[in-house]
Design a protein. Structure first.
Length: 221
């Protein structure tokens, strides 16, 4: 398999399937296209008719959109439990992943993903604060229902205990909460720490901060 992605410092959509495949030990070759360059669209169109990243290439199949990629991988690797195995947990995981996929426009716009900077006083409009509150409610509900957080233990520290597609979809939010120093409850703070500590997440961070490109459209502060 090949995964076509954008800049690691900025491309939140690319982080999701990349992290999912790395954590779940699904081998792939990475193809990175620098975004917002003169030839970026042409390069992306060579891999997908949508002309966007990420794109998963599996033989002659092209799967674009991060949620479609995640669902395809879940079908191809059922033994890896990309979704929770429990029916009720899986339904909730799908719901919160879809909500992340289609929502939180204010957070996306006013707290763009950027691994190289720290903006603790930026982006906190009423609309963004409402998005943050909703995300924290999701995290706390998932951890309360399906996590193992009663004693603060971190042995199964993710939204549904073990890492799943839901965690991959909230990974870019984790980076935003770090970049913008968002105050968090103990449960959410532990979740951010666990996600940030993932070896695959650390690999993404290291590569992202070393990228030479500075994309003005993503540098709003």
């Amino acid at each position: 398999m090949k995964l076509v992605i954008g800049n690691k410092n900025y491309s939140s959509w690319s982080l999701r399937p990349w992290l999912l495949m790395r954590v779940k030990n699904i081998p792939f070759e990475e193809i990175l296209i620098s975004l917002y360059q003169a030839d970026s669209k042409a390069q992306q169109l060579r891999h997908s008719p949508a002309g966007k990243v990420p794109v998963l290439i599996d033989g002659d199949r092209r799967i674009w959109d991060s949620l479609a990629i995640a669902e395809y991988l879940a079908e191809q690797f059922p033994q890896r439990a990309l979704w929770p195995r429990d029916v009720a947990a899986r339904a909730l995981a799908r719901s919160v992943s879809a909500e992340m996929h289609s929502g939180f426009a204010s957070l996306r716009a006013q707290m763009p993903m950027n691994l190289r900077v720290s903006h603790p006083d930026k982006g906190r409009s009423p609309e963004v604060l409402a998005d943050i509150a909703r995300i924290c409610t999701i995290w706390e509900d998932c951890r309360r229902l399906y996590g193992s957080d009663d004693d603060g233990a971190q042995s199964r520290p993710f939204l549904f205990g073990d890492f799943s597609i839901a965690d991959a979809f909230y990974a870019p939010v984790v980076t935003r909460f770090i970049t913008y120093a968002v105050p968090l409850s103990p449960v959410c703070g532990r979740y951010v720490q666990a996600m940030h500590a993932l070896p695959a997440m650390q690999d993404w961070y290291r590569a992202g901060v070393l990228e030479a490109e500075r994309l003005a459209i993503c540098e709003i502060y």
